[in-house]
Design a protein around this ligand. Structure first.
Ligand SMILES: Cc1cc2nc3c(=O)[nH]c(=O)nc-3n(C[C@H](O)[C@H](O)[C@H](O)COP(=O)(O)OP(=O)(O)OC[C@H]3O[C@@H](n4cnc5c(N)ncnc54)[C@H](O)[C@@H]3O)c2cc1C
Length: 548
């Protein structure tokens, strides 16, 4: 291990284990907030291996606030390609079902045209994990307080009242000990950190095993549609008995195929059968993966936190894996920064598990809901599906009809993506009741714990864009409420705070209140139509010094 990284810094603020998308997001956000951190990754370098490919709209809103959204879009799929989903027999035959979903360009136009709070600030972006990770790595490395070390495995930890001691093993050197004030395990499903803490994953493990192949096939995208086959899109599910599906990756030159086959080498035949016509291609990788629906019993033990796949494992159906982990990272980041800079009370870090474990729990449920839908239409498959007979036609029609309802559960998860609200958080002034959490529907709300809905102030400028990195008290509807008490209370608590007057009828209508206090991550702490009765108490709750 080179001395520059570890020996100069005697006690780090935060040690992050694992440079997957979650650890990298955490490193970038902590670095932006001036926290000194070290990110260690077991692999010698980012790998060109396929996993996730869709950042949902909430993740893109978060990336926008981190200043990386433009870079993610530039590296990801071009904005004019639609996200359509097809159920096919093969790529050169008429699809059994076509579910159209907008390209980024189309989604952006839809977002621009609506101002009722029902849309996100940013559209989704398709970007393959192997493109996203190097991009976030470069961003993390550009930040002065962040060190990134690949080829360095975390082995074990001990902790005391003031910090955590970690044993690291670089691939090329002797074991080294690092002390940090906090440690965050972002080390994926097999998390060594979680195991060290004795925290169990609970739920349904190893539900199904599939092989995944990665193919370099530059001509396939340009040849689509192949005869009467489906048009351009993102997912092509093959109606067969092997759960086969083909996914376009961000370059449009790489494709992945998932299927239940006996041997890895069968994945070449499976690709050729799915494409249906001869194409030049190279199979770059084949690996096996398991479907899990698991949630950790705890997200924290003392000064050690867990985030991402280390605490929740979902079936990729619905794309809630990495996206949930990015939400974990940004919830934890500002709370660690606040605690390290002295204004965060103990309730702030306590709230991480309370807020994010309920989202993990709901998203495991959403993923189960989507994958049961997938299983339901696949159960309609019969071996006669290709037959030019009445019974073959009945099988095709029946499968397409069921899929037209059930496949949508995977691709229309807007409620799970945008609608989560932190219930029972110690740093939110909860109101009893609250809207139900719906997987398929997003209903904008400022109910405390929800994320402030996006509202345009002028073309291209959202309320979100006017909110900085601290607490913000929004003043709406021309209110004459005196906010001086709140300003004083947050100043006395030494917490970053600003007032923001918004003269927009649309915003007042969507938000429903004259005063709204939002936190650095845009979640609502409190709302009312008069100045807070006890601003000192409000500041104490928001900063984690007092329970509501
Ligand atoms: C086929 C497939 C498709 C998917 N599609 C989507 C999608 O569209 N959208 C979505 O949101 N999610 C998707 N996912 C899920 C997504 O890939 C994961 O949720 C995501 O990778 C989790 O990120 P992470 O950073 O928590 O963990 P990981 O990506 O697993 O990263 C953990 C990192 O920690 C490192 N590490 C492990 N142990 C140690 C150690 N002891 N010391 C140092 N480093 C260590 C690992 O090498 C790894 O780099 C998909 C998954 C699969 C399998």
């Amino acid at each position: 291990m080179t001395p520059d990284v570890l020996d100069v810094v005697d006690v780090l603020d935060v040690l992050i284990i694992g440079a997957g998308p979650v650890g990298l997001t955490l490193a970038v956000d902590l670095g932006r907030r001036g926290v000194r951190c070290l990110l260690v990754e077991r692999k010698p370098a980012p790998e060109f291996l396929p996993k996730m490919e869709r950042c949902n709209a909430r993740t893109m809103e978060i990336f926008r606030r981190m200043g990386v959204a433009d870079g993610v879009r530039a590296a990801g799929l071009r904005a004019d390609v639609p996200m359509d989903v097809f159920i096919v027999l093969a790529m050169n035959e008429p699809p059994l079902l076509h579910l159209p979903y907008p390209s980024v360009d189309e989604a952006r136009a839809q977002i621009a045209a609506v101002n009722d709070g029902s849309m996100p600030r940013e559209p989704y972006q398709l970007i393959s994990q192997y493109t996203l990770e190097p991009l976030l790595k470069a961003e993390a490395e550009s930040l002065p307080g962040v060190s990134v070390r690949y080829g360095c495995a975390f082995e074990s930890l001990t902790q005391d009242a003031d910090g955590v001691d970690a044993v690291l093993r670089p691939a090329d050197g002797a074991v080294s000990r690092v002390r940090a004030r906090y440690l965050v395990g972002c080390d994926g499903g097999g998390s060594t950190v979680r195991k060290q803490l004795g925290i169990a994953l609970r739920g349904e493990g190893d539900l199904m095993r599939l092989y995944q192949g990665l193919y370099h096939c530059p001509e396939l995208f340009d040849r689509i549609p192949i005869g009467p086959g489906p048009g351009h899109g993102r997912h092509y599910h093959v109606a067969d008995s092997q759960a086969t599906f083909l996914i376009m990756q961000d370059s449009t030159r790489h494709w992945t195929l998932h299927a239940v086959v006996d041997r890895p080498e069968d994945m070449a035949v499976q690709f050729e059968r799915t494409v249906g016509v001869p194409v030049r291609y190279e199979m770059l990788y084949v690996g096996e993966w398991k479907q899990n629906l698991l949630l950790a019993d705890a997200y924290r033990s003392g000064r050690v936190f867990l985030a991402g796949d280390a605490v929740h494992l979902v079936i990729p159906t619905g794309g809630l894996g990495m996206n949930t982990g990015v939400g974990d990272a940004v919830d934890l980041s500002w709370k660690l920064a606040a605690t390290l800079s002295g204004w965060g009370g103990s309730g702030l870090l306590d709230s991480y598990e309370i807020e994010r474990r309920q989202v993990g729990d709901r998203n495991v449920g959403a993923s189960r809901y989507a994958s049961l839908g997938r299983r339901k239409w696949r159960a309609q498959y019969k071996p006669d599906i290709r037959d030019a007979t009445l019974s073959g036609k009945t099988t095709r029609d029946n499968l397409a009809g069921v899929a037209n309802v059930e496949q949508r559960k995977t691709n229309e998860m807007i409620g799970a993506e945008l609608g989560y609200r932190y219930v029972g958080s110690p740093v939110v002034v909860d109101e009893p009741g609250g809207p139900e959490h719906l997987f398929r529907e997003y209903v904008p709300t400022t109910w405390p714990g929800a994320r402030l809905p996006h509202v345009w102030l002028e073309p291209g400028v959202s309320v979100h864009d006017r909110i900085g990195d601290g607490f913000t008290l929004l003043l709406l509807g021309g209110t004459a409420a005196d906010a001086a008490g709140a300003s004083r209370a947050f100043a006395d608590a030494r917490a970053p705070f600003s007032l923001l007057r918004i003269d927009s009828d649309a915003a007042r209508q969507v938000y429903g209140y004259d005063l709204i206090l939002v936190r650095p991550d845009l979640h609502v702490v409190w709302r009312g139509n008069r100045a807070p009765a006890d601003p000192v108490e409000l500041a104490a709750i928001a900063t984690g010094h007092r329970r509501p």
